[in-house]
Design a binder for this molecule. Structure first.
Ligand code: MLT
Length: 434
């Protein structure tokens, strides 16, 4: 893992993307996004363009949305909120989608939105970001400060330093190896110098000074706190941030292990995914219930239609664990049973409208539901207002296929780690055997 620090979006390389981009805008967009998600926002959708924010959010029922606009540190006329993180409380935020546009932070997130992983970092959720980096170990990580209208921001750099310091403290990699550029080393030095006086540092900075003049002392003090929110906003669909769900793959394996009545950590696991497991997994089909106009909630219900997942042909040695190839075939059978969403290749209507499959769920939700992942409550907004990121050559369906494929590979990889080759393989009797 190599960590690069860029003080403003203008500094990031134009000809490549990182495995993981971290958007930092301590004062105040990142702090606002983290706080809103922590307060229960269904999602935070960011816009560079105020008009697009309004037209997109008009498609969402008033009681389901919040609109926040800030320019130059001040609330934009006609918006309910500016960019104060303290304005978002569980009472006014729970279950709603926040549509947000700010001078710098939302622009910064737009500059890196095509990276495979985009997360939002501030001082208040620094620990969650460090934990994510230490567990996922992305290859190349860009920590991108939002700055102020293209110029350097002290607070964003000290936050980048705090994140790198956290990764250093959690591992054995020396800074010289972990840092991808000089700015990363300088950021750590800045953090080490000010870590006990982050409030004073923010007060000294040019933007902190600006906010103090606007009587936003409470905001500055709030944003200067370190590690106070355990929340990790991660991009799910261009420009839309949700709370990172516990590992899909880990939950898949847990779900699979439960299905055969064993704990993943149980010793003596076999090395295969028993064929009956695949059949059973497919039977746990989840059907969405449209609870009301405002959303789809995935509920576990027994499916009436039993998908005909063909188990791997049983050999005469019933206890022979599945080979890796058979595992792949079986696991793929789960993923492939999920019909890819019927999406227009090029949306005929307003590009912000995304079609969804007949089930009312996007393919990604179907994939995660098929395997028992409790998907976060996903409102049609997730698809209705989500600007469809249609690459000219790649449809969302093929993106989903790719995602499914890599997920199956990961599941298979983790499963074979979880279950070791065991000569005394004892198959857990399945329902059919009884
Ligand atoms: C931001 O992007 O965070 C804003 O421009 C600054 C602020 O709202 O104070």
């Amino acid at each position: 893992m190599k960590l690069f620090v860029y003080h403003t979006p203008e500094e990031i390389p134009s000809n490549r993307l990182p495995s993981c981009a971290i958007v930092i805008d301590v004062l105040r967009a990142s702090s606002t996004i983290a706080t809103a998600i922590h307060a229960g926002a269904e999602a935070v959708q960011v816009f560079n363009d105020l008009e697009l924010l309004v037209s997109t959010s008009d498609a969402v029922a008033e009681e389901q949305r919040l609109r926040a606009g800030e320019r130059g540190g001040r609330q934009v006329k006609g918006f309910e909120f500016g960019n104060s993180p303290l304005a978002f409380t569980p009472e006014n935020t729970q279950g709603r989608r926040l549509f947000l546009s700010t001078t710098n932070g939302t622009r910064c997130s737009e500059s890196v939105r095509n990276a495979s992983k985009v997360i939002i970092a501030a001082l208040i959720n620094r620990r969650a970001v460090v934990n994510y980096l230490c567990s996922k170990k992305p290859g190349t990580v860009w920590l991108v400060g939002s700055g102020w209208e293209g110029s350097y921001s002290l607070e964003d750099t000290v936050c980048a330093g705090a994140i790198i310091e956290g990764v250093l403290a959690a591992g054995k990699t020396p800074l010289a190896k972990l840092a991808g550029n000089d700015e990363a080393i300088a950021a750590v030095s800045l953090y080490r110098q000010w870590q006990g006086q982050l409030g004073e540092l923010l007060d000294c900075g040019s933007h902190g000074q600006r906010l103090l003049k606007m009587r936003a002392q409470a905001d500055v003090a709030y944003c200067a706190q370190l590690d106070v929110l355990d929340v990790l906003p991660i991009q799910r669909g261009l420009g839309t941030f949700v709370q990172l769900q516990p590992g899909l793959i880990e939950k898949t394996c847990e779900f699979l292990a439960r299905l055969v009545g064993r704990k993943p950590e149980q010793k003596g696991d076999d090395d295969g995914v028993p064929a009956e497991l695949i059949g059973m997994a497919a039977q746990e089909e989840l059907k969405p219930q449209v609870e009301s106009q405002d959303g789809l909630k995935a509920k576990k219900v027994k499916s009436k239609v039993k998908p005909q997942i063909q188990s791997a042909p049983q050999t005469q040695q019933a206890d022979r664990p599945l080979t890796q190839t058979e595992q792949k075939v079986e696991l793929k059978a789960i993923a492939d049973k999920v019909p890819a969403p019927v999406l227009e290749e090029t949306p005929k209507t307003d590009p912000s409208e995304a079609a969804v499959s007949a089930s009312g769920m996007t393919g990604a939700e179907q994939v995660s539901e098929e395997i028992g992942e409790e998907t976060p409550t996903v409102s049609p907004m997730e698809t209705a207002v989500q600007p469809v990121a249609m690459e000219p050559t790649e449809t969302k369906a093929s993106q989903l296929e790719k995602a499914k494929g890599s997920m199956v590979g990961e599941v298979q990889g983790i499963w074979s780690k979880m279950t070791k080759v065991n000569p005394n393989y004892q198959r857990v009797p399945s329902q059919k055997d009884k």
